[in-house]
Design a protein around this ligand. Structure first.
Ligand code: AMP
Length: 215
């Protein structure tokens, strides 16, 4: 099964992707996580993308498309795309790749969330530096302040979750990624979910969508 999760930063795509891939065992491809991991390991790719990621700008399409294509080829149980595509060019490159690989998308799930809620969520988001586990200081705080429940690592605020950068990311989202909603609405099995609900409510809706849609 091949799924695209669409939605603005903070909509909860990463949280839902984790729940879905645990249940259905497809490959989770999160371009944001891949970039953060490369940056943490100071690889050539990490150094190349750092300036974009930390300032809230998009990494150039060619870099992202090459990276994602390689992972799609290694997803025998299907894939869940989280944070890709983010531009029309990326969506078109994905379509071309799927066509030549005789693959298709089973569902595009758009997680809709208003801007005020996005800003609130991103300012309260903390992430474990060691294992990547995500917390929210209001709705899902760690048991001990600043410490990861899972591995005991230190919780940090992502550079791109700082207020100035959040504004920039939202502008980029509105200009470049939001048009994909219309693109997929007219072309694919498209589902819209109210992402303001609790993660459990959102995932139960998504499970229903997956079970009704996917062969
Ligand atoms: P995310 O964790 O999905 O919010 O992504 C964090 C950052 O990684 C973004 O603000 C971009 O700088 C970069 N990034 C992630 N996915 C993409 C993509 N598909 N295209 C371009 N840049 C991306």
């Amino acid at each position: 099964m091949n799924i695209i999760l669409l939605g603005c930063p903070g909509a909860g795509k990463g949280t839902q992707a984790k729940i879905l891939t645990q249940k259905y065992h497809m490959t989770h491809i999160s371009t944001g996580n891949i970039f953060r991991d490369e940056m943490a390991h100071k690889t050539d790719l990490g150094k190349k993308v750092e300036q974009y990621v930390n300032s809230g700008r998009l990494v150039p399409d060619a870099v992202v498309v090459e990276l994602v294509s390689a992972r799609l080829q290694n997803s025998p149980n299907g894939f869940l795309l989280d944070g890709f595509p983010r531009t029309l060019e990326q969506a078109q490159a994905l379509d071309a790749f799927l066509l030549t690989s005789h693959l298709s998308i089973d569902a595009v799930i758009y997680m809709r969330l208003g801007e005020a809620a996005v800003i609130q969520r991103l300012s309260a988001r903390r992430q474990c530096k060691a294992c990547g586990e995500v917390y929210n200081l209001v709705s899902h705080p760690p048991k001990a302040p600043g410490i990861c429940d899972v591995c005991g690592g230190t919780l940090i605020q992502r550079d791109d979750d700082m207020p100035g950068t959040v504004q920039k990311r939202l502008m980029v989202y509105n200009d470049l990624t939001d048009p994909l909603v219309a693109y997929y609405k007219s072309n694919q099995a498209f589902y819209e979910v109210d992402a303001a609900q609790t993660p459990e409510q959102v995932s139960s809706i998504i499970f229903k969508i997956v079970e009704e849609t996917v062969p």
